[in-house]
Design a protein around this ligand. Structure first.
Ligand SMILES: [Zn+2]
Ligand SMILES: [Zn+2]
Length: 177
């Protein structure tokens, strides 16, 4: 059974309507990946609109592209840590937001030097395990930055920001919404 997005979330509902092909391709890729050996990570991935190239065994470049223009890049260190998280969770990680182009970043009120603009950040959910368990697992992974956005009213949508900002050895920044 495949759970692709939350239909009661307006952003997700929009994706379900507008990116039907991407969902279909991602599901198909899940099947083909299952029968294929893991491929080495590319250094930096620059992806055109609706690219469906695999960047690791569980992630696809198209999951990290800007929601407004389909441009994108993703840091291979971020992919590596997301794979570590995926392994601990044993459940699919949903990438709400990966790369943001500067104009989209400004539009959503992101800080100008947002890690999302650099391709070093992702906002994620792990729908099958819930916020608390996801938070526990994220804290075991060596992300450089983590921002927690827990569900409001005990049951709403939540996400966790993770990034691989270059803050020096052992540095870590964490915030809560
Ligand atoms: Zn954009
Ligand atoms: Zn973020």
């Amino acid at each position: 059974m495949v759970e692709t997005a939350f239909i009661d979330n307006p952003d997700d509902a929009k994706l379900l309507v507008e990116r039907e092909d991407d969902f279909a391709r991602a599901i198909a890729r899940g099947v083909t990946d299952f029968f294929r050996n893991e491929q080495p990570l590319p250094d930096v991935v620059d992806t055109p609109t609706k690219s469906s190239g695999a960047v690791s065994s569980h992630f696809n470049a198209s999951e990290f592209v800007c929601h407004c223009c389909g441009q994108g890049k993703v840091d291979p260190r971020l992919i590596e840590l997301l794979e570590q998280l995926r392994a601990k969770a044993g459940k699919p990680i949903h990438i709400n937001c990966g790369y943001r182009c500067p104009s989209h970043n400004a539009q959503v009120g992101g800080v100008p030097n947002s890690q999302h603009v650099l391709g070093t950040a992702a906002d994620i959910t792990i729908p099958e395990i819930g916020f608390e368990r996801a938070r526990e697992l994220v804290e075991k992974i060596d992300f450089d930055g983590t921002g927690f956005y827990p569900p409001l009213d005990g049951g709403g949508a939540w996400f966790i920001h993770v990034d691989v900002r270059d803050g020096g050895i052992g540095s870590h920044i964490e915030w809560w919404n």
